[in-house]
Design a protein around this ligand. Structure first.
Ligand SMILES: Cc1cc2nc3c(=O)[nH]c(=O)nc-3n(C[C@H](O)[C@H](O)[C@H](O)COP(=O)(O)OP(=O)(O)OC[C@H]3O[C@@H](n4cnc5c(N)ncnc54)[C@H](O)[C@@H]3O)c2cc1C
Length: 495
């Protein structure tokens, strides 16, 4: 008998215990899928006091997803209530919390428990939390996030600032914004969303730009009550919408960025260039906003209103480099002091940290720090040689970019489940990718990555220390194909 995904379920011989680390989108997904597949012995560990991950942490004004909401939803939990094509962060957080609640996951989650060590001893993972709590599991699912550790810029004098200073993922909602002078450092998706959301509320908004960004124009219409009622009455309509948008994104974007010369890539570039030419009237400002690299080389920023916002009389685009932060504001290289009450670091995340600082010790005492001494590597972003029965969701070098990481995590989890079946059926007791398969995969990945749009001459968080994009360099269809079934020869099995 086959499951809906075409998987032949194992005849269970061995009861497995699972530890899922992280109760964000991927951890919630893991628990639901385990339960559905008859694996009931699991605990979720979450260091915060509630589920939601990214969407619990990022509460800055204007936060929203930048893939359509009906795609940024679990395939098994379409949501007729999304308010907008790109819905705001609080709705997304509420969605994940609701799904977790409906599946009874609150009772299965140990909140406030940060796992600081996982060690593989005598065929089992031994976990220890900061609190001193310990647990053992046969299988660990690391769902610890990719954009999770805020990157704090190395700017002299940050600690001298006299006003309120915080990272966008640590927004201080106690700080008044209305009528204040706000500085925003960073022009990625977050910086752009903050500027658009705040400009009409504040006295002065200074955006400190190191690198200009291409902006893809994208309207964000609300769904009418009539449309939502239609979705409620016809859930199959929502499934179709999910599938249609997924196809559109894969063909129009995900496949385009891995072929820098594709017609789709040219169309994206054209749309961005046209947006800049049409929307920014002052030629001096327009040139300041014009990137000197190709569109989508950095993660593409989408916005319906950023160019309007930055042209507001109370907004200023500051392109002189930041020299230092002082008590009164930000001093730029031209000697000018930009006086500020609030300074926001929209400076992104340390995307190479993954589950660290958690210590992970695999077979034979091999630590993750040793395995990743050069940089994070994993077979298909899921499994690390010598770390048996330890699987990652949204791990190193996986698909990122402007499409839904939910779809990515769902495909990854179904792949992991097939390896788990091998453990449950007694086919083996330990499974992880072989060194050889991992080396070959990574060499091929690096070669392909050199041909993507991410290497066409910009600095971005996709690039590793060698300037190689740390992401999936092939069309999304290839990812789907790889995820359909593990290649037996790529894995090392014991027992
Ligand atoms: C501002 C912003 C906008 C984004 N927009 C999009 C978008 O439009 N589309 C898209 O696909 N993606 C987007 N992303 C990426 C987003 O991170 C993923 O879509 C998704 O939320 C990741 O889910 P996750 O469960 O893998 O990780 P997270 O949501 O980061 O959750 C990880 C969880 O693990 C917990 N954790 C970590 N370490 C430990 C530990 N040692 N012990 C216990 N708990 C631990 C954390 O507290 C957290 O709750 C965005 C990210 C950001 C920051």
């Amino acid at each position: 008998m086959e499951t809906e995904e075409g998987r032949t379920p194992a005849t269970t011989k061995r009861d497995l215990r699972f530890a899922i680390i992280g109760a964000g989108m991927a951890g919630i997904l893991s628990a639901i899928r385990l339960e559905e597949n008859g694996f009931h012995d699991y605990t979720l560990y979450e260091k915060a006091d509630r589920a939601g991950g990214t969407w619990r942490e990022n509460t800055y004004p204007g936060v929203a997803c930048d893939v359509p909401s009906h795609l940024y939803s679990y395939s098994f939990a379409p949501n007729p209530e999304w308010s907008h094509r790109f819905s705001p962060g609080d709705e997304i957080e509420a969605y994940f919390e609701r799904i977790a609640r409906e599946h009874g996951l609150e009772a299965r989650t140990r909140f406030g428990e940060e796992i600081e060590r996982c060690e593989f001893v005598d065929g089992r993972w031994h976990l220890r939390a900061k609190s001193g709590l310990t647990d053992e599991a046969d299988v660990v699912i690391a769902a610890t996030g990719v954009l999770h550790h805020p990157a704090i810029p190395d700017i002299e004098g940050l600690e001298d600032f006299g006003g309120a200073l915080f990272h966008s993922a640590r927004w201080d909602h106690g700080v008044a914004l209305d009528g204040q002078r706000i500085g925003v450092i960073g022009t990625g998706s977050t910086g752009v969303q903050i500027v658009s959301a705040l400009v009409s509320r504040v006295r002065k908004l200074s955006l400190f730009q190191r690198t200009a960004q291409w902006i893809m124009p994208q309207e964000n219409p609300p769904y009418s009550e009539q449309e939502k009622a239609g979705f409620r009455a016809h859930p199959e309509e929502l499934q179709r919408l999910h599938a249609d948008i997924s196809k559109l994104f894969a063909e129009g974007f995900a496949n385009a960025v891995v072929d820098a010369d594709s017609p789709q890539m040219k169309a994206i570039e054209e749309a961005c260039r046209d947006n800049l030419e049409r929307s920014v009237t002052d030629p001096v400002l327009r040139e300041k906003l014009r990137p000197n690299y190709r569109a989508a080389c950095k993660r593409l920023v989408i916005s319906p209103d950023f160019y309007d916002a930055i042209q507001s009389p109370n907004a200023e685009l500051v392109t002189e480099s930041i020299e230092r932060v002082e008590a009164g504001g930000v001093r730029t290289s031209d000697g000018r002091l930009h006086e500020l009450d609030v300074l926001v670091m929209a400076t992104g995340f340390r995307a190479d940290r993954f589950m660290r600082p958690m210590q992970v010790v695999g077979r034979g005492g091999r630590s993750l720090d040793e395995a990743w001494a050069e940089r994070p590597v994993a077979y298909l972003s899921i499994s690390i040689p010598h770390f048996p029965n330890f699987f990652m969701l949204n791990g190193p070098n996986g698909p990122v970019g402007n499409f839904s990481l939910i779809e990515v995590a769902e495909l990854q989890f179904d792949y992991i489940l097939q390896l788990v079946d091998e453990l449950a059926s007694g086919a083996c007791r330990e499974v992880c990718a072989s060194e050889e398969a991992t080396r070959a995969f990574d060499a091929e990945r690096v070669e392909a990555a050199r041909k993507t749009v991410w290497t066409t001459g910009c600095h971005s968080w996709y690039l590793d220390d060698r300037g190689i994009p740390a992401t999936w360099p092939w069309p999304f269809d290839r990812f789907r194909e790889e995820m359909a079934r593990p290649r037996p020869e790529a894995f090392e099995r014991l027992g």
